[in-house]
Design a protein around this ligand. Structure first.
Ligand SMILES: Nc1ccn([C@@H]2O[C@H](COP(=O)(O)O)[C@@H](O)[C@H]2O)c(=O)n1
Length: 245
């Protein structure tokens, strides 16, 4: 058994199906597995000791490189658009143009208001890329805009990367929004996929849709204990251990 799957934060619509996927992935072996993970509120925490942690864009809010005006603007944008992002009464189609507006305004604002040179960019593999001038000042964001609902396009733009991983046809996908479910769309002939979703906010309102979409839902679980335990289990050569719930 994987003890972490008995944790109170773990919810599964179909534990037996989860067990079957895990068995099949473990049998196929470590060399067939790839992990595809979102960054904000997935690899990073949504909250710590009850206090909301900033997503990457709002890290700028704690930076001395950005003007107070820009910080206020980023905060306003978050207060305006985040409630829409997590409102289950809106459809993805209705939210999508507003999410594009949010990301675009934040990127334009950050580039227009940077006061001093910055040392680097936000860490990510497929991400929004910043373009700095020769003195290190952010000029603009470049390349295709990646936002919460176009991860599929992001994945498909990076087919070269997935080509390199073409023998890894079993996927452990980790995300925190329903938009993250399309992150594996560029993977060649997926055999099995185990989807783990962090449900951080508006839990009661969104639980059913998360349970229908993700195999394992981690409710207000601010740790990587479950994904790490699963990965360890999937890549262990010690033989199969059944999942219990
Ligand atoms: N200007 C912005 C844009 C997005 N956010 C938040 O960041 C999160 C990023 O989510 P990913 O799934 O793409 O990692 C998103 O959920 C927004 O809440 C922001 O704060 N400011």
């Amino acid at each position: 058994m994987i003890p972490e799957l008995s944790s109170l934060s773990v919810c599964m619509r179909d534990p037996q199906r989860v067990e079957e996927i895990i068995k099949a992935m473990q049998k196929a072996g470590t060399s067939t597995i790839q992990v595809i993970s979102d960054f904000d509120m997935t690899l990073t925490r949504f909250a710590y000791n009850g206090k909301r942690c900033p997503p990457s864009h709002n890290i700028l809010n704690n930076s001395r490189l950005i003007s107070e005006e820009c910080k206020a603007q980023l905060k306003d944008l978050l207060n305006t658009y985040y409630p829409i992002e997590i409102d289950s009464k809106w459809t993805v189609e209705e939210k999508l143009p507003l999410m594009v507006d949010w990301w675009t305004k934040a990127h334009t604002g950050a580039a227009a208001h940077q006061e001093r040179p910055a040392a680097g960019s936000l860490p990510a593999v497929f991400s929004n890329y910043m373009d700095f001038d020769e003195t290190g000042v952010l000029k603009a964001f470049k390349g295709e805009l990646i936002h919460i609902y176009n991860k599929r396009e992001g994945a498909l733009l990076n087919t070269g990367h997935f080509q390199e991983l073409k023998s890894r046809h079993n996927v452990l996908l980790v995300g925190d929004s329903l938009g993250d479910l399309t992150m594996a769309d560029g993977v060649h002939s997926i055999e099995d996929i185990l989807k783990i979703g962090f449900l951080n906010d508006k839990v009661e309102e969104r639980k059913t849709s998360y349970l229908n979409a993700y195999d394992i839902v981690l409710v207000k679980d601010e740790t990587m204990e479950v994904p790490n335990a699963l990965l360890l289990h999937l890549t262990s050569v010690l033989g199969h251990c059944p999942v219990e719930k």
